[in-house]
Design a protein around this ligand. Structure first.
Ligand code: C2E
Ligand code: CA
Ligand code: CA
Length: 401
């Protein structure tokens, strides 16, 4: 007995090839890639292009799941090898979703859509991977779609609200500013955490609306405080790398600053290091464009994930935020303390100001003071709060002086 598999294959970073080599260059890469794929297929297999960089492969009469796994591995490997386009090397990777006949579907439509769903699962798991369809994916996909639909409504119905978490200067013990953190309170009073809705907003493009809302809310608060005569503070807004790579979004930030009464140096943009920062030259150019208006940059969650020191070298960063996972253990765990100390030293040697986040107790606060971090943020001092509460807090501090 043998089985039939439907493979849904999608390139992970084909857009970049089109952007740098033009559509002709992109087409050339696709042609070369198809040759490589065909080389791995047998006579009875069928390869079809069903979209720009989307392909479907019908693999008939396979003996075992293992054979399909081997094929997928071979495909991932051959596709990820260098392509020479216009004399320059280009690299792409691919994500493959697999649906099996008959267990995963008996109609062409259901097989295709289930293979597609599995392909998204591969993408969500870091790309350059293959995944088999399984039933749980469906429930997950439905949940994501529900959240997306609700989030779309939430943005229109103004269910999003910014919270502010104070940042304390460690040498002056004063509030120097705050980080803007997005909150979603549904009409039914439920609170949905950003860790849940931000990734969905990122994958659906809704993130730009959220970013615009964060930027415009931050600027109008700064203007309000300015009118009240409160000493200027800085607000830090989190932006996803997706927004940051969008020129319209960058223009939106610049226009918003230009049309306001605040000074651009009151804004800090927090970026999380990510694998998508691959085009560092372009990143750096965009950052310099904003720096021209005074905007500063913080590299968030440093030490977690990809942590490439080359970011520190190539990107015009002003602040380094040590990931809270290191700080939360500095008192009990010598290794975390060693890593934290190392990050602090590197930051200082590169003339960056260090922000210690996730401070939950006096001991950790003492540690970050002792190691000369510039700023601290955490539940121990203040939790994120509604902007009204923050305004009251800084009014009080202003009068106290
Ligand atoms: P983040 O940028 O690392 O933000 C810090 C997170 O740590 C916040 O979680 C904050 O509430 C939490 N936190 C602060 N002090 C402490 C502490 O002492 N202990 C602990 N355990 N946690 C602390 P939150 O607000 O749930 O946000 C989660 C993540 O969602 C943020 O991580 C950020 O990556 C993302 N996010 C939030 N708002 C936005 C936004 O407007 N745009 C984008 N793109 N991402 C956002
Ligand atoms: Ca942040
Ligand atoms: Ca962080």
């Amino acid at each position: 007995d043998s089985m039939t598999a439907v493979l849904f294959l999608d390139l992970d970073n084909f857009k970049r090839v089109n952007d740098t080599e033009g559509h002709k260059g992109g087409d050339e890469l696709l042609i070369k890639m198809v040759e490589r794929i065909n080389h791995r297929l047998r006579e009875q297999d069928t390869l079809a292009r069903i979209g720009g960089d989307e392909f479907v492969i019908l693999v008939e009469l396979v003996k075992s799941k293992n054979n399909i796994e081997n094929l997928c591995e071979a495909l991932l490997e051959t596709i990820s090898k260098e392509f020479i386009i216009n004399g320059r090397p280009q690299y792409v990777s691919s994500s493959i979703g697999i649906a099996l006949y008959p267990q995963d579907g008996i109609t062409p439509d259901s097989l295709l859509s289930n293979a597609d769903m599995a392909m998204y699962d591969a993408k969500n798991n870091g790309k350059n991977a293959y995944r088999f369809y399984h039933r749980k994916l469906e429930a997950h996909a439905r949940e994501q779609m529900d959240i997306e639909r609700e989030l779309r409504k939430a943005i229109n119905n103004q269910e999003l609200e910014i919270y502010l978490q104070p940042k304390i200067g460690l040498d002056c013990n004063q509030i120097l500013g705050a980080e803007v953190l997005m909150r979603w309170f549904t009409a039914s009073g439920e609170s949905i955490p950003p860790d849940l809705f931000i990734p969905i907003a990122e994958s659906t493009g809704l993130i730009k609306k959220i970013g615009e809302f964060a930027i415009s809310s931050a600027i109008s608060l700064l203007e309000q405080w300015q009118l009240e005569g409160i000493a200027p503070l800085k607000l830090a807004v989190n932006l996803s790398i997706i927004e940051f790579q969008d020129e319209h979004f960058i223009d939106y930030i610049i226009e918003s600053i230009s049309n306001s009464s605040i000074s651009g140096d009151q804004l800090i943009i927090e970026l999380t290091e990510s694998i998508f920062m691959e085009n560092k030259e372009k990143m750096s150019k965009t950052m310099h464009k904003l720096k021209h208006y005074g905007v500063a940059f913080a590299l968030d969650d440093f030490g977690k994930g990809y942590s490439s020191f080359s970011y520190l070298q190539l990107l015009p960063i002003d602040y380094l935020k040590i990931d809270k996972s290191f700080l939360q253990n500095v008192i009990t765990d010598e290794q975390s303390a060693a890593i934290a100390k190392c990050i602090i030293d590197i930051g200082h040697n590169l003339d960056l100001a260090i922000i210690a986040e996730g401070i939950e107790d006096q001991e950790t606060l003492d540690y970050v003071s002792k190691t000369h971090c510039e700023m601290a943020q955490g539940f121990f001092m203040y939790r994120p709060m509604p902007s009204d509460s923050f305004t009251k807090l800084i009014r009080k501090n202003s009068h106290a002086k």
